[in-house]
Write a protein that binds this ligand. Structure first.
Ligand SMILES: [Zn+2]
Ligand SMILES: [Zn+2]
Ligand SMILES: [Zn+2]
Ligand SMILES: [Zn+2]
Length: 317
């Protein structure tokens, strides 16, 4: 591992690990809510923050975070209104963000087109020790919040009406999730890039959905794929002299295509069977559901259905 003797590679690999973990951890809720493109919009808004940081000579991480968080709150408020005018308002916000960023970055002294490319598409040589500390703090906050609130985030995503009726603060939770997406966009700023981070939030989750059932299984598998493609992408981009963000996203898409083909083949070979959908409950000896012996196994009677454990899911019997 001669590449580990370079300080910039150690930092790039650690930054890749952090974004590989956090992007799918928030992305799983965006996929559930059919908001796959929101992260992309926040990346656009964060670019204005980068421009502000470069022009005012402050750390672009914190100015990008400020802009992305303000953008996240605006996006969430516009989205709740759900009218055609809010669709246009979102477009104005996203394009305004990227246009503002490009103009501001061009005005910053000492910045070059290569510099802008690194922010948009990632580069392995740009992560500093200070960046890494900031990414570590942001990633820890994102992971603590998404895991701590996973049950309520899931409930809101599954059925907003029900969540509201049962007294959950739906708008507050949606804004919290949007702010976590904003923080994740900022963690992506070095090795993946602001224009490509959204792919890392969505594609590993889409691949994991082909391989695993159940929310927890999908989330952990997506995070494992996220880490593998980001760290692997950084290594390949070092050896092949390729831009890291594009390499990472292409690796994620390759995993997704393999998962589609693999799960299709597996389904064709398997015995036909019906899976219980969205099964959040774990059946067990003390779960209270009546049991029925069925051939060589036990079925649990659940809402008039008979569920039999099969791998990581339940089948309808
Ligand atoms: Zn049960
Ligand atoms: Zn059975
Ligand atoms: Zn069941
Ligand atoms: Zn099954």
């Amino acid at each position: 591992m001669e590449l580990l003797q370079y300080g910039f590679m150690q930092r790039a690999l650690l930054a890749a690990l952090l974004i590989g973990l956090t992007a799918p951890a928030v992305g799983v809720y965006l996929v559930q809510r059919r908001l796959a493109l929101i992260g992309d919009g926040m990346g656009h808004v964060a670019l204005t923050g980068v421009g502000v940081g470069l022009v005012t000579r402050t750390s672009p991480i914190w100015t990008a975070l400020g802009c992305a968080v303000v953008g996240a709150i605006l996006i969430e408020l516009l989205r709740t209104r759900g009218r055609t005018s809010s669709d246009v308002a979102l477009a104005v916000l996203f394009y305004g963000g990227i246009a503002g960023g490009i103009v501001l970055v061009s005005q910053a002294s000492g910045s070059t087109p290569t510099n802008l490319d690194a922010y948009l598409f990632g580069s392995i040589t740009s992560t500093t020790t200070a960046d890494l500390l900031a990414f570590g703090v942001l990633a820890a906050v994102v992971l603590l919040v998404t895991f701590g609130l996973s049950r309520v985030f899931f409930t809101v995503g599954a059925d907003e009406e029900y969540a509201r009726a049962s007294g959950l603060p739906v708008l507050g939770l949606n804004i919290t999730l949007a702010v976590m997406v904003a923080a994740t966009v900022v963690v992506s700023m070095r090795v993946v890039g602001l224009l490509l981070v959204s792919a890392l939030m969505i594609v590993p989750v889409a691949a994991a959905q082909r391989l695993r059932r159940g929310f927890t299984g999908t989330t952990t598998t997506a995070m494992a794929i996220g880490v593998a493609v980001s760290v692997g992408g950084v290594v390949v981009s070092y050896h092949a002299d390729l831009p890291s963000g594009g390499t990472i996203v292409l690796a994620a898409i390759a995993v997704f295509l393999l998962a589609v083909v693999g799960s299709g083949l597996a389904a064709a070979l398997r015995q036909p069977h019906r899976e219980a959908e969205e099964h959040l409950h774990d059946h067990g000896p003390s779960c209270g559901h009546p049991t029925v012996v069925h051939g060589d196994h036990v079925d649990y009677v659940h809402h008039g259905h008979r569920h039999a454990p099969h791998g990581d899911h339940y089948d309808e019997h």
